[in-house]
Design a protein around this ligand. Structure first.
Ligand SMILES: C[S@@+](CC[C@H](N)C(=O)[O-])C[C@H]1O[C@@H](n2cnc3c(N)ncnc32)[C@H](O)[C@@H]1O
Length: 313
């Protein structure tokens, strides 16, 4: 297995957003290799405290090693960040960071099955100990229409129906078991035609999101995270694709409003005043500088959004 390697993105920007301070209490819901956590602990010396969560036991082990110099100032939990309120009381935190998606380590470990750059089992579970369905279970088991919906909804794949129908035909002869088998098959159905992006990229994104229930976790996790912050505390969220970013943006806009409404449409007559729960900082989000993108191409698609908790009446 490769050594745990993951370069945290927008590191300075996250530290600037959270303004860690001595005595502060922080939550890193996506600990990964512990890069953001180490920076937060460093900046909140000598006694800032951090609660760290990750769904991936391998990430937790790597983070514990990375953070060893801060022993006594952090605790780690093997969990989905949407359950972080089991370890933090309402109003008890000064900052929360969520760096969504998968780490480079997960992507670069063929046995995890996230990537088609190297062949591996079609797994994609962030938590392999969960016993939940793998990507192969979805590809081989879902009805063709559901598979098409999945590719469309979570991959925004325009050829979703064609690809799903072809998969359903193929799997009758030979089930899909490896990442390259699936990627090569999709490339045969939808040839690349000069595009720099591999034709399987969107379907892989969709399968990863579905296998891990990623967007549901983000939606629920954001709702449950905000009340954990003390007034003035900040929630910093980094997303890597438009579906995630839309959820984060909509959440932050909604929480910053000084009114609420019932039903699907925001109509002035249906509004009821309330005090905003948050204040959005940098409304368009913060993206990586060109030097960071040069040094770490993964940073190209990252967008950081920040919400500050407002005092409640
Ligand atoms: C982009 S990496 C985080 C890297 C980390 N910030 C660092 O500096 O090394 C994302 C991590 O979040 C974890 N993860 C993703 N969604 C999660 C969730 N809903 N709950 C807990 N961990 C999650 C993944 O397993 C992965 O280790």
């Amino acid at each position: 297995m490769p050594l745990f390697s993951h370069q945290p993105v927008l590191l300075d920007e996250v530290v600037t957003a959270l303004q860690p301070k001595a005595h502060g209490r922080y939550l890193d819901g996506t600990l990964g290799g512990g890069g953001h956590a180490a920076a937060i602990l460093g900046a909140s010396s000598p006694d800032g405290f951090l609660i760290g969560c990750d769904r991936d036991p391998a990430a937790l082990a790597a983070a514990q090693e990375r953070l060893a110099t801060f022993a006594g100032r952090f605790e780690t939990h093997h969990c989905d960040f949407k359950s972080a309120d089991r370890w933090a009381a309402p109003g008890s935190l000064d900052g929360i960071v969520l760096d969504l998606g998968v780490s480079s380590h997960q992507l670069d470990t063929p046995g995890r099955g996230f990537s088609f750059q190297n062949d591996g089992p079609l797994d994609m579970r962030m938590d392999p100990s969960s016993g939940g369905a793998t990507a192969a279970d979805l590809v081989n088991g879902l009805p063709a229409e559901d598979l098409a919906d999945l590719f469309w909804k979570w991959g925004e794949e325009r050829q979703s129906r064609r690809i799903a129908r072809a998969i359903a035909d193929e799997r009758r002869q030979r089930p899909f078991t490896t990442t390259r088998q699936l990627a090569d098959f999709i490339e045969r159905i939808c040839p690349r035609r000069g595009s720099p992006t591999h034709p399987a990229t969107r379907c892989f994104q969709a399968l990863r999101i579905a296998t891990n229930g990623e967007l549901a976790s983000v939606e629920e996790g954001l709702e449950r995270a905000l009340p954990l912050l003390a007034p003035g505390g900040r929630l910093a969220v980094i997303s890597f694709h438009s579906l995630e970013d839309r959820l984060v943006k909509d959440f932050m806009r909604r929480e910053s409003r000084d009114y609420e409404f019932e039903g699907p449409v925001d109509h002035p007559h249906l509004r009821r005043p309330r005090s905003p729960r948050g204040r959005e900082l940098a409304r368009r989000g913060i993206v990586a500088s060109e030097p960071e993108v040069q040094a770490n191409p993964r940073a190209r698609s990252a967008r950081l959004r920040v919400l500050e908790r407002m005092p409640q009446p």
